[in-house]
Design a protein around this ligand. Structure first.
Ligand SMILES: [Zn+2]
Length: 80
């Protein structure tokens, strides 16, 4: 999951990053531009599939397809 932190004082938003990384970027922004103000704003969450997760899904799909194919061929052979 990726996070983007929005500044509560201006229109600034951090780039998409990990949770701690994004929070740090927001803190740095507050330190620089809004000194003395407690960090506010909100956090935006993006749920995106990583390459690894996508590869896992592809493998899972291939296995399911293979099982279906084997079942289909087996039942087809029994009919002959
Ligand atoms: Zn700001």
């Amino acid at each position: 999951m990726k996070y983007r932190y929005w500044c509560g004082e201006c229109g600034f938003k951090t780039p998409w990053a990990g949770e701690s990384e994004g929070r740090l970027a927001q803190l740095r922004h507050y330190e620089r531009w809004h000194g003395g103000i407690a960090p506010g704003g909100h956090r935006e969450v993006r749920c995106r599939w990583s390459d690894r997760e996508r590869a896992c899904l592809a493998v899972a799909c291939a296995v399911v397809l293979l099982v279906v194919l084997v079942v289909f061929i087996t039942s087809w052979r029994h009919q002959l």
